[in-house]
Write a protein that binds this ligand. Sequence first.
Ligand code: PLP
Length: 368
Amino acid sequence: MARGAQLSINPDAMVHNLRVARAYAGSARIVAPVKADAYGHGLLLAAAALRGADAFAVACLEEALPLREAGYAHPILLLEGVFDGTELLPVCRYRLDIVVHADWQIRLLELERLPRPVNVWIKIDTGMHRLGFAPGQVADAFHRLSRCRNVASHIRFMTHFACADNRADAMTLRQLATFDAATADLDGEHSLANSAALLGWPQTHRQWVRPGIMLYGASPFVDQRDAPRLRPAMTLSSRLIAIRQVGAGEAVGYGHTWVASESSTVGTVALGYGDGYPRHAPSGTPVLVNGVRTQLIGRVSMDMLTVDLEPLDGRVEVGDEVVLWGGGLPAEEVARHVGTIAYELYCGVGARVPRVTMPMPSTSAPGG
Ligand SMILES: *Cc1c(COP(=O)(O)O)cnc(C)c1O
């Protein structure tokens, strides 16, 4: 058999998580972010599982076109809008919605003569300070866009939260108040909530919510309390290709960063940072071997990593399965050990790792 490294994607889990999102969203419509290859899950696979969403969101044209080409008729929102004027015609042709976050994007729209008007979402900078119009500029942006022949009526308003993943941080409420003040006299639907706000800040739901990470089955919260029953859609696994005994005082791996304090059974796994497992994962990062929780030891190398097999008590052999994150071992927990978030682990899995899909619940064509 092949090397054994494998990225299993479970579409049923995404279908389930979308149902959870619906339950929280109530009457709000759901934009499913499928940017960055659907957080590493595979764009078209995720879109098929999440086709019950009301819209998709992506970071750029290149991520939107495959969805249209696959037949999805949903609204597709470009979260950063266009990057230059040449993108407006394809935006129009493929019926994409665009975020407008800056003056220069309004100017591009004013200069073009498009075959039909485009749906626009005005992005407001309510405190994230990354993208969007300052609150005091929103009315002017709205009025200019309302007069622009290339912009469809029903302009929407959106913002993005900086700290919604921390339920103790009042920044979310300040951002909400800033958003409400900036849009008070302007007519249009609102979209504020990411996963954390959908789950933790119901007053932000409004007409459209944009939950990403929760659809893939990870909790967005810094603390893991009160996480809803989400199912991880991604499992990264591989196999043991060697098992050895090391004596007390002997060390393992590059730099000899882990030294056995007593005689220990060590397993070598066919998966490394060349597959997207973080090299800076420290000894002690949890892994599952045959479903038994144990830990990474020593440094992660490009094609391999080493694990402590002591907890398996001898019930282990070459070829046995090792789960790095996913079913039975939340990516959030691994991420905490590594000093990152599940999002980054998901997005980082290398192209070398073969993708495997668990069977889809239904084979019907994409809907709209
Ligand atoms: C990615 C993204 C989201 C989704 O955020 P999650 O934390 O994954 O729920 C929502 N809104 C915008 C603008 C985004 O870029």
